[in-house]
Design a protein around this ligand. Structure first.
Ligand SMILES: NC(=O)C1=CN([C@@H]2O[C@H](COP(=O)(O)OP(=O)(O)OC[C@H]3O[C@@H](n4cnc5c(N)ncnc54)[C@H](O)[C@@H]3O)[C@@H](O)[C@H]2O)C=CC1
Ligand SMILES: O=C([O-])CC(=O)C(=O)O
Length: 304
């Protein structure tokens, strides 16, 4: 009996140190903007089952009452509310700790991410203006493409509003990491759950730079041709999905997974969990480029 109590106490302490104990975990509100979309819906599901989320706010221009009603029936602690239309955006954002933005149009075959610029820049500008007003301290996870441009746009909106904090604005490039890990593990014959591959640069074509030379565990079974092929497949991962979906959009399920991984890292960082490391596209001094994706750790994720 006593050893069972000790065992469960030490399990609680362990979970609490990792940010998983409900009694030790701070209340955290997460808002998803574009929550009724292809990414938004599975991302809403994954955030609903994240034990670090106490309140989940689902915003879109249409369709959110249905998504919110559906997701809210899942028996996990997060309280879910749906918001629809511009007049409900402020309430959706109020008090948010993390705002995830998958709002905007996706690619069709033959398009580049840049072709989305005209529509998505306007959407992101409007949403970030509202974030500056209603939750200026939130960590912002930008998924909408082209990420290489939507992140600098968001930065300018926040600067104009006087709320910009470079440590709180993230372009979500986690899907590049997810793909690099999957493809590398597959080719090298390594267990995928043990594999790590940093991906730096940006989130479009040749700006996506998987660093297979820094992959762990290292593999000595891969040839130079293998590395070239893995690099190309990672860079073209988005296009591979766009073509396979043949006009029905771009990656949604793998992106929702990647978005949930990144948001979880942000929540852990806010909760003071040490050693949170993820790659993300942020304002940077790593190169001469003003924004660059690289490995982030303490300082970014613990800035809240
Ligand atoms: N960063 C990354 O690695 C990835 C980024 N993406 C990008 O994510 C974006 C969304 O993709 P999907 O979910 O597949 O598209 P989708 O069209 O299925 O969903 C987008 C949602 O955004 C909503 N929306 C449009 N304007 C809005 C506004 N002003 N406020 C709130 N919601 C608004 C739409 O109503 C729709 O529900 C695209 O730009 C896509 O290119 C997609 C995959 C990976
Ligand atoms: O390729 C696209 O348009 C969507 C995206 O960013 C990705 O899947 O990496």
């Amino acid at each position: 009996m006593r050893s069972a109590v000790l065992k469960s106490t030490s399990e609680l302490l362990r979970r609490s140190r990792r940010g998983y104990s409900s009694s030790a975990t701070p209340e955290r509100k997460v808002a998803i903007l574009g929550a009724a979309g292809g990414i938004g819906q599975p991302l809403a599901l994954l955030m609903k089952i994240n034990p670090l989320v106490s309140s989940l706010s689902l915003f879109d221009i249409a369709g959110t009452p249905g998504v919110a009603a559906d997701v809210s029936h899942i028996n996990s602690p997060a309280l879910v509310k749906g918001f629809m239309g511009d007049d409900q955006l402020g309430e959706a954002l109020e008090g948010s700790d993390v705002v995830i933005i998958p709002a905007g149009v996706p690619r069709k075959p033959g398009m580049t991410r840049d072709d989305l610029f005209n529509i998505n820049a306007g959407i992101v500008k409007g949403l970030c203006t509202a974030i500056a007003k209603h939750c200026p301290n939130a960590l912002v996870n930008m998924i909408s493409n082209p990420v290489n441009s939507t992140v600098p746009i968001a930065a300018e909106v926040f600067k104009k509003a006087g709320t910009y904090d470079e440590k709180k604005l993230f372009g979500v490039t986690t899907l590049d990491v997810v793909r690099a890990k999957t493809f590398y593990a597959g080719k090298a014959g390594l267990p995928v759950s043990e594999v790590n591959v940093p991906v730096v640069g940006g989130h479009a074509g040749i700006t996506i730079l998987p660093l297979f030379s820094q992959a762990t565990p290292a593999s000595n079974s891969l040839s130079q041709e293998d590395i070239v092929a893995l690099t190309k497949r990672t860079q073209d991962g988005g296009t591979e999905v766009v073509e396979a979906k043949a006009g029905k959009g771009s990656a949604t399920l793998s992106m929702a997974y990647a978005g949930a991984v990144f948001a979880d890292a942000c929540l852990k960082g806010l909760n003071g969990v040490p050693d949170v490391v993820e790659c993300s596209y942020v304002q940077s001094t790593v190169t001469e480029l003003p924004f660059f994706a690289s490995k982030l750790q303490r300082g970014h994720f613990n800035s809240g």
